[in-house]
Design a protein. Structure first.
Length: 418
């Protein structure tokens, strides 16, 4: 970063929820703290009051603001209208870099970046899958369609950012070996996120938090609570999150007569949610490099997670402690062990926490990605320092957000537009 002058960077992501949006916000704020002019475009149809409040707090701190447009999750004829509206807005921002996140955000970013190039501009077109279409089975018709689209869009891509080695390998296996430059940049945490979180007096036994969908294994979690009951174990749980399938999981809890053991709550700051339970459970069938795992480990809260995606990279040296995905029996066994061996879980959590501190930081993530931008810009922009004197602590203070445990001063001027 010390060799660069300010860039105009636009991040494009569909859903302003979950770990993918956490990544985008962290990166945008860190880039802003380093002297760049940054903006975000995202969907206006997704999210509720929690996400709206998050966006309102972050938007005033970004020079190019946060602008929301309708972006549907599935491929749709309305994508043509969305692309046109996004192109007009992004074009007006004059970006040096258009960074797309997730399959839909990545598609919009690269199509728009290519259209700008046809006008004689030269923005760098960057794509980070964050799992996305890579979760599809390569043998399925849907997977084959998406992977061919990914290969086609790679022709409109200047660089690929992968958040885990698993994601990088999956891309090579399913889409093909990248024909453009790429970089590995792990999701990062701030030092204040390593402050321990202690359970409240009325904490439940287990917490499941995130988007509620089959991919995240919410059904496996509910069935494991039911299996514990069959073993004569009274375990309580809280499910925090929203998603298209939440109603189905609420019906599942009702049909299994688990209302006295399993409760639901809307999205909330993760550290607040962690205080409501003794153990976090991540029963996902597929992941890339989930923030919920990093945040739980950093907070010293016992964690039960599945062996999917980049999670073994977080558990470096301890991946044998991960659970087989999709297995109700394996998850039930792990949850049962947690209840009968509480001290062992706390000791392992402490060791795992110490192991990730140096490997996953916001500053490292930002510097790696911005260095990558500079490498792929055409022509290369080697320029004086954007803003001197930005040490790691200053960066953390400027990127902190109350939704993930930090503090945030909000100017009067708003930059959220719909």
């Amino acid at each position: 970063m010390s060799q660069q002058q300010p860039l105009r960077i636009v991040h494009c992501v569909r859903a302003p929820i979950g770990g993918i949006f956490r990544h985008v916000v962290d990166l945008a704020l860190a880039q802003t703290a380093a002297g760049h002019r940054v903006g975000i475009v995202c969907d206006s149809l997704t999210g509720g009051p929690f996400e709206a409040a998050w966006i309102e707090r972050v938007a005033p701190r970004l020079a190019l603001g946060i602008t929301r447009f309708p972006m549907r999750r599935a491929l749709s004829p309305s994508d043509l209208v969305s692309t046109w509206r996004l192109w007009r807005h992004v074009s007006s921002l004059g970006p040096d870099v258009i960074h797309g996140h997730g399959s839909k955000g990545g598609s919009f970013a690269r199509l728009i970046g290519t259209a700008l190039r046809l006008q004689g501009r030269r923005p760098a077109r960057v794509y980070c899958p964050h799992g996305g279409s890579l979760h599809f089975d390569a043998r399925s018709l849907e997977g084959r369609v998406y992977f061919r689209l990914e290969r086609l869009l790679e022709r409109m891509t200047d660089g690929l950012v992968f958040v885990s080695d698993y994601e990088r390998r999956s891309y090579a296996e399913k889409v093909g070996r990248p024909k453009v430059d790429s970089v590995l940049a792990y999701n990062g945490l701030r030092s204040d996120e390593f402050e321990p979180v202690l359970p409240a007096a009325d904490a439940v036994d287990f917490l499941h938090i995130g988007m509620l969908r089959e991919l995240k294994g919410t059904d496996v979690f509910v069935h494991a609570i039911d299996r514990l009951r069959a073993r004569g174990v009274h375990a309580t749980a809280l499910i925090v999150g929203v998603g298209d399938e939440r109603d189905a999981y609420e019906r599942m809890v009702h049909e299994l007569h688990l209302e006295d053991r399993v409760g639901f709550a809307d999205p909330m700051p993760i550290r607040e949610a962690m205080r409501r339970a003794h153990t976090v459970v991540v029963p996902s069938r597929a992941e890339s490099l989930p923030y919920v795992v990093l945040e739980t480990v950093a907070a010293g809260v016992p964690l039960i997670a599945t062996r999917v995606g980049g999670i073994p990279e977080i558990y470096e040296g301890w991946s044998d402690r991960l659970v087989e995905p999709g297995s109700v029996g394996a998850l039930t066994d792990a949850m049962h062990r947690r209840l009968v061996e509480p001290d062992a879980a706390l000791a392992f959590g402490s060791a795992l926490r110490d192991s990730i501190a140096d490997r996953f930081s916001v500053e490292t993530m930002m510097r790696t990605i911005c260095g990558f931008y500079d490498r792929i810009l055409d022509p290369p922009k080697q320029r004086p320092i954007a803003e001197a004197g930005k040490n790691a602590r200053e960066l953390e203070l400027q990127t902190a957000d109350p939704l993930i445990g930090g503090t945030l001063a909000v100017p009067d001027r708003r930059r959220v537009r719909e």
